[in-house]
Design a protein around this ligand. Sequence first.
Ligand SMILES: Nc1ncnc2c1ncn2[C@@H]1O[C@H](COP(=O)(O)OP(=O)(O)OP(=O)(O)O)[C@@H](O)[C@H]1O
Ligand SMILES: [Mg+2]
Length: 539
Amino acid sequence: MLDSAARTPVILIIDDDSEIRYSLSRVLSSRKYQVIEAASGEQGIVIVKKSPPDLVFLDIRMGGMSGIEALQHIRSANPKQLVVLMTAFGTAQTAIEAMKYGAFDYIMKPFDPQKVLTLAENALKAHEDMRSAGEYKPTINSEDYKEGIVGSSPVMQDVFKIIGQVTASDVTVMVTGESGTGKELVARSIWKHSHRAAKPFIAVNCAAIPDNLIESELFGHEKGSFTGATGQRLGKFELCDGGTIFLDEIGDMALATQTKILRVLQQGEIQRVGGVDTIKVDVRILAATNKDLEEMVKAKTFREDLYYRLNVVRIRMPALRDRDDDIPQIVDFCMQSLAKQKKARVSKVSPEAMAVLTRHRWPGNVRELENVIYRSAVIAQGDTILLKDLPQEIRDATGSAAISMTPAPGAARSAFFAAATTPGTILPVAGPEAGAPPQAGTAMDSPRFAPASGAAVVSAPREAEIVAPAMPPLTVEHALDFLHEQLSGGEESILGRLEREMITRVLKAEGGNMVRASEKLGITRATLRKRVDELGLKI
Ligand SMILES: Nc1ncnc2c1ncn2[C@@H]1O[C@H](COP(=O)(O)OP(=O)(O)OP(=O)(O)O)[C@@H](O)[C@H]1O
Ligand SMILES: [Mg+2]
């Protein structure tokens, strides 16, 4: 809560237009705010330096120093100063610049008094939340977690102990647990501590490789053993000789392949597909699954003998909700990793936000938590993740009554793709996973802001989305990461989708001119024509 009981928040209005200052001051004075005014950027900076107000409303276009310039001076004098920019021109350029230089938000003239008040309230709440996180003490130092496996709960201590016990031998280990609990992390840790650490670790995702290819992938093939086998190829087991193979999602392995894995385990030998020779391999097998293998054995979809061979040592990874004491440590670990990679610069979490994070059920476990911290860190202003920065669904799931200040992740995602084509969508859209480095001056190549339409508070129409937090600019690199992540789970192939979307966009941008479009795309006109026909695209 605001410490308004203790004192009245001070709001500074910087505008060279006295009428604007007057009307804005009237609106704000209707609440318990003390309003002060400055008629120029220069004057405003002096005030901010002398005694920083709680919030600044700053005009972008002024005689003398421009608003953007003043914003930079203000933020360098006081990096935590909250500033709302005011403009009569809602161009993409303005929006981008405003957010890039660290404005909390920006509004367009003429003002809707109610929206001005909501914006001021939200900004002041954020200001207070940041202050309340001032005392934040990290629970861990990520340097102490070289393994990347964080947690000090009793269940995790047990996991660490077993890892230690199994590293000295070549025993087969089965790691089970829900998705995102750290199964692969554990497998890698076993390998790193084993005597095989200098030899390869190869992870094979059995669910991702089609049944007809998995044997060739694992055991290799001889030339001509099947259509397309144009030469001999070594499989993972041969390539990994002396090392460790991690058979991930083993519950998805076909029965025929299971038989062959059993043979490796029993006899230490393989046969290439189409080959007659048996080849000795020295490979340690680690396996993981989130399936119930015991049930599969009962249903005869998983070989019982293989089950017992693999299940010599079992490591059960606990769900995150069963070790919620570890959550603050994982949160700190994630923030410190992001800072190290220069992807975000947050180092604190407000008490309210941490309470929500620790209460959440985390169906996607650590991977989901990691993802949420990344998304929130990218849109957070300053060095603190506030409640408003957490994705809507996390706040909703935990029953938080906080005012929604960010677009719902779903909305953000779809708006990300729609932004270029949906006029009037002016809300800055963060690809939630699209982490952008926070430093100013990063290339802004992606249309996160659609062109403005008419004068309105710069925000999506829903009241709940009024205060879009300042977001660092999005780079092509981050957009591509985001696309990769988003399209990976889709039904259509990634390239198929990108090709269709890019051809459509380029053709539109070139006004349907096939010659120019094909030049832009880097293909011949004939190829473009052919693809347009094949894909059934409209020109
Ligand atoms: N204890 C932990 N501490 C820190 N990060 C963790 C921890 N456990 C998992 N992670 C992180 O969470 C993500 C998911 O981990 P991992 O891939 O090992 O999970 P998984 O159980 O194999 O998931 P899936 O079943 O979906 O394959 C990774 O980015 C990993 O670094
Ligand atoms: Mg995994």
